[in-house]
Ligand binder design. Structure first.
Ligand SMILES: C[C@H](O)[C@H](O)[C@@H](O)C(=O)CO
Ligand SMILES: [Mn+2]
Length: 417
C-alpha cells in the first residue's frame, strides 16, 4: 500500500469516529463540477478581431509572460490546467472568445462560432457555460442595455438574444444546461442625477432578451449584480437590489460574485437568504482584496464558508459554482490550478463535516459542544482524504502539479512572444 493510501486508511478511521464516511464524501465530489472561467488564460482579452483594451471597469493587472493569444493556445493551456485538477469541471466562455475567419460583431454571434469549443468540450466530456460580453467594445463605453439611445440598447439586446442561442446550442450538444450569465458594467463615475431611467431601460432590455422561452434542460439565464467598477464608482445600474428583484420576479437564476459587495460583506451568508426565492444560484467565487480585484481563490475561511453552505444545505443541484478571477502577475495556468483546487478542497472538507451532529447541538442550544466540535474537526486529517481523491482522479498529489506547470512554461509558454 502506498503512503497516500496508508494515510487515507488512517484518516478514514479517524473520521469514522465522528460518524463521517470518507468514501461517501469522495463519491459525492463527482456531483460537484466547478465551472472554470476561460478568461484567466488571456487576461480577459478574447479572440475577436478588434484591437481594443479591456473596458467595463475591470482590470487584469500584471504582465506575466506566456498568455494565450489564440483559441488553440487557450485550449492547450486549459488542457494542461484540467489535467492537474481532480474531478468534474466545466468551462465558462465569454462571447468574445468566438472563432471566425471574418470579423463578427457582437450582435452577430452564432453557435457556429463556438463549434471548436463544443468539440473540445466533447473530448473532455464536460459542459460549457456562457456569458454575453457587454464590455471592451466601441459601443459599450457609455453603457449598453441602459443606454439613453434606443439604437445602442437594441444592438446590445440583439447581442443578448444571440448569446442565448449559443448557450442553448451548448446545452443541446453537451447534454447539460449552459448557465448564461448577464453582467454589464453600466454606471456612472460621479454623482448621478437620473438613476431611475437607466434601470427602467435595463428592465425593458432584459425582458426583451429573455422573452423567448428556452428549455431549462439546455439553458439557464442568470443575472449578476455589482457594487461599483473602476471609473464607475458612484452608480451601477445593475445593483444587488435590482438583480435580486429581477431574478425573483422573472424567475431567472441570480449570480453572486464574491467581489461585488462592500468589502465587509460576504456572499456565503447570502446563499441561504436567496435560495428560498430563486430556483438556481450561480456563484462567481473570487477574492476581493480591498476592492473587486479578482485575486486567485484561496483555501480560506470565506471559500470554506461558501462550500459549507452548499453542502450543509444540500444545494448541489441548484447552486452552480463558477470561478471569476484573473491574475496576470503569475503563471496563468497555475492560477487556474490553485484557485480550482482550493474550491474543491473546501467542498471536500465541507463533505467531511459531521453536519447532522453539529445541527443537533445547535438546535439543542448546546453551543459549547458545537464550537468544540467545529474547532476539533479542523485538525482532523482531511488532507489525507484530499490526497486520496487526487490519486483516484489521477492528478498530482500535493504541490507536484507545479513541476508540470513549470515544464509546460519552459516548453510552451516561453516560446510565446
Ligand atoms: C469577465 C466576467 O464576466 C466579469 O468578471 C464579471 O463576471 C464580473 O465579475 C465583473 O466584475
Ligand atoms: Mn463575476
Amino acid at each position: 500500500m502506498s503512503t497516500i493510501e496508508n494515510a487515507y486508511q488512517i484518516a478514514k478511521a479517524r473520521f469514522a469516529e465522528i460518524g463521517v464516511d470518507t468514501d461517501a464524501a469522495i463519491f459525492a465530489m463527482a456531483k460537484l463540477p466547478i465551472s472554470v472561467h476561460c478568461w484567466q488564460g488571456d487576461d480577459v482579452a478574447g479572440f475577436e478581431m478588434q484591437e481594443g483594451e479591456l473596458t467595463g471597469g475591470i482590470q487584469a493587472t500584471g504582465n506575466y509572460p506566456g498568455k494565450a493569444r489564440t483559441a488553440d493556445e487557450l485550449r492547450s493551456d486549459l488542457d494542461k490546467a484540467f489535467s492537474l485538477i481532480p474531478g468534474p469541471k466545466r468551462l465558462n466562455l465569454h462571447a468574445s472568445y468566438l472563432e471566425s475567419e471574418q470579423k463578427v460583431d457582437r450582435n452577430e454571434v452564432k453557435p457556429e462560432h463556438f463549434a471548436n469549443w463544443v468539440n473540445w468540450a466533447k473530448q473532455h466530456q464536460i459542459g460549457l457555460d456562457f456569458n454575453p460580453t457587454y464590455f471592451s467594445h466601441p459601443l459599450s463605453n457609455e453603457g449598453t442595455l441602459t443606454h439613453v439611445n434606443p439604437e445602442i440598447r437594441q444592438f446590445w439586446i440583439e447581442h443578448g438574444k444571440a448569446c442565448r442561442k449559443v448557450s442553448e446550442y451548448f446545452g443541446k450538444e453537451l447534454g447539460t444546461p449552459s448557465v448564461m450569465n448577464i453582467w454589464l458594467p453600466d454606471g456612472m463615475k460621479d454623482i448621478t442625477v437620473d438613476k431611475f431611467s437607466p434601470r427602467q431601460h435595463l428592465v425593458e432590455s432584459l425582458d426583451q432578451i429573455i422573452h423567448e422561452k428556452i428549455d431549462p434542460k439546455y439553458h439557464i439565464d442568470a443575472v449578476e449584480s455589482k457594487l461599483f467598477g473602476i471609473g464607475l464608482e458612484s452608480y451601477t445600474a445593475g445593483s444587488n437590489e435590482f438583480y435580486l428583484a429581477y431574478a425573483t420576479s422573472r424567475k431567472t437564476a441570480l449570480c453572486l460574485d464574491a467581489g461585488h459587495f462592500h468589502p465587509t460583506e460576504v456572499i456565503s451568508d447570502k446563499i441561504s437568504a436567496v435560495m428560498p426565492f430563486v430556483e438556481h444560484l450561480l456563484l462567481h467565487v473570487s477574492r476581493p482584496v480591498r476592492w473587486d480585484s479578482d485575486h486567485v481563490v484561496l483555501f480560506d475561511d470565506e471559500t470554506q464558508n461558501i462550500a459549507s453552505e452548499i453542502i450543509r444545505n444540500k444545494l448541489f443541484d441548484r447552486v452552480h459554482i463558477g470561478l471569476d478571477f484573473f491574475d496576470a502577475s503569475i503563471n496563468r495556468i497555475a492560477a487556474w490550478v490553485i484557485g480550482t483546487r482550493n474550491m474543491k478542497k473546501c467542498l471536500l472538507k465541507a463533505l467531511l463535516e459531521p453536519t447532522e451532529k453539529l445541527k443537533k447541538y445547535e438546535h439543542d442550544r448546546d453551543f459549547t459542544s458545537r464550537l468544540a466540535l467545529l474547532e476539533e474537526q479542523k485538525s482532523l486529517p482531511w488532507q489525507a482524504v484530499w490526497d486520496q481523491y487526487c490519486l483516484l482522479n489521477e492528478v498530482p498529489v500535493g504541490s507536484r502539479w507545479l513541476d508540470e506547470v513549470r515544464q509546460y512554461e519552459k516548453t510552451v509558454l516561453t516560446k510565446r512572444s
